[in-house]
Design a protein around this ligand. Structure first.
Ligand SMILES: *Cc1c(COP(=O)(O)O)cnc(C)c1O
Length: 494
């Protein structure tokens, strides 16, 4: 080895500049022309594998100057672009370009945001980001929390805090097995699948979930909730948590949070709100009342990588009393020397959640929040909602479309052939077939939802690039493809 180490991983200054400039040029070109590209090129796994090449791990290194253009080409030409203006599938937003710059900078500094001493400014930025998120949705600044990888993790983190808070103190040493009364959790039928995963992973089992039926507006039926809790207590169970959904994934409906809060108070239960999709809409003065009760939640899950347009991955758990997170997640091994800095209490994020070493995912959220500002977000979010309403109206007024539901920025609808006299089974099949055609066409991307047993097409607009023109074109494409699919399918059937 030489006196000065010369190695294959460092990139010298000139080379880094050259590759970096070229990469930024390619990315800016990509962003500015994303609407001209197909949403997806729809290649099969085997096609992709052959494009990628079936080579084994390189024995000798390849220069970055060669690698970066190669992978840029692979990704720019063989990806699905959720930043495309006609991508309205699932709940996946277009990503703020400043978030891409943030990730580059974050990776360059590479702070480990598990401990303050390892990430001094990054930890403070994350704390400020969490505070701003609480402020954004309008809850008290006393809420604290942590950024996690997404909605599932944000909900899991809250679930575990609730479990610790509402179980006997011995749970940390003895686990669930010694708890004499079975812990039970309450949520509406529309709750996202994270709750199944949480019940399975964290030792409760799915039979501990009480799926409360919904009323005619698709919100949790509060009377049934209360009766079920009472019955369970009589039967020797231990209710500990109720989950309200603020924007359900299928149709965007928000539970009656205020009434759930009242029940939680009456029975001393943890009140959690899953706002992964919808809670950013609380920033709109006109929508604030829909979220009445939000500030009574013990915990709230939100997802900056959805309606705050952060690049993946960014979720957030907010907890009214953040001490519950420390009670749940903190442990102090001997080899950690992370206590205090000059007498002040430094916040160590490893004590707030499941991760130990943590990346700087806060930076992209922090920067986007500032670039857009509260007013900017009010405009973007209300325009997404308006576009969703325009889509609903177009569907309502077109003889070959049936508008089904519209809440927040989610519209569900279906294609119905002119003078149709067949049965619902056929319509379900037709719309499913149509969706498959649309998703692979590359012209647009939407997803599906079952609403009152109807298979529906579903558009969720969390996309700052979508315009009125896109919405009109999308309905035209759907009608054109719907006719084709119907003609093909009805021939097969006859
Ligand atoms: C998206 C979503 C989740 C899951 O979030 P991920 O970021 O995909 O992990 C959970 N709950 C609701 C209501 C959601 O919309």
């Amino acid at each position: 080895m030489n006196e000065n180490r010369d190695n294959s991983i460092e990139i010298n200054k000139e080379e880094f500049r050259e590759i970096g400039h070229k990469l930024i040029d390619d990315i800016s070109e990509f962003i500015s022309s994303i609407d001209k590209k197909p949403v997806t090129v729809n290649e099969s796994p085997s096609q992709l594998q052959s494009i990628l090449g079936n080579t084994s791990l390189p024995k000798n290194g390849i220069s970055a100057t060669e690698l970066i253009p190669r992978v840029t080409d692979l990704l720019l030409n063989h990806s699905l672009f959720n930043g495309h203006p006609k991508f309205l599938g699932y709940i996946t937003s277009s990503a703020s370009p400043i978030g891409a710059l943030a990730d580059l900078l974050a990776a360059s500094i590479n702070p480990n945001v598990g401990a303050h001493i390892l990430s001094p400014m990054a930890t403070e930025i994350e704390k400020q980001t969490v505070q701003w998120l609480a402020e954004f949705i309008g809850v008290s600044p006393s809420y604290g929390g942590i950024l996690v990888s997404g909605g599932n993790m944000a909900n899991f983190t809250a679930f575990l805090a609730a479990r610790t808070a509402k179980s006997p103190k011995s749970i940390k040493e003895d686990g669930l097995s010694t708890i004499s009364k079975r812990l039970t959790v309450y949520c509406s039928k529309t709750t996202h699948t994270w709750i199944d995963k949480a019940a399975i992973l964290f030792g409760l089992g799915t039979n501990s979930i009480r799926w409360i039926q919904t009323d005619s507006s698709n919100r949790m039926n509060i009377e049934v909730l209360e009766e079920t809790i009472k019955e369970d207590i009589e039967n020797g169970l231990q209710p500990f948590m109720v989950i309200g959904t603020a924007g359900d994934v299928s149709t965007g409906v928000i539970d009656n949070l205020k009434e759930i809060a009242t029940i939680c108070k009456a029975f001393n239960l943890w009140f959690h709100i899953d706002g992964a999709y919808g809670v950013p809409a609380a920033v709109l003065p006109d929508y604030k009342n829909l979220f009445d009760g939000l500030s009574e939640a013990d915990s709230i899950a939100l997802d900056p990588h959805k309606w705050l347009y952060s690049p993946l991955e960014a979720g957030c758990t907010l907890v009214k009393n953040p001490q519950h997170l420390i009670d749940t997640f903190s442990s102090h091994p001997e080899y950690y020397n992370f206590t205090s800095t000059e007498g002040e209490n430094a916040q160590n994020y490893y004590e707030f959640g499941m991760q130990n070493s943590r990346g700087f995912r806060a930076l992209k959220v922090w920067l986007t929040l500032q670039q857009v500002g509260r007013n900017g977000y009010q405009k973007l979010i209300s325009e997404d909602i308006e576009l969703s309403q325009i889509l609903f109206d177009l569907a309502k007024n077109h003889p070959e479309l049936k508008a089904v539901s519209q809440n927040l920025s989610i519209t569900t609808f279906r294609f119905v052939p002119l003078n149709f006299e067949g049965d619902t089974d056929y319509l379900n099949e037709l719309n499913e077939e149509l969706l498959n055609e649309l998703q692979t066409s590359g012209e647009l991307f939407i997803s599906n939802a079952m609403v009152n047993e109807m298979y529906c097409l579903r558009a969720c607009i969390v996309n700052f690039r979508t315009s009125k023109k896109d919405i009109k074109e999308i309905t035209e494409i759907i009608i054109r493809e719907g006719r084709k699919t119907h003609s093909k399918l009805s021939k097969q059937k006859s």
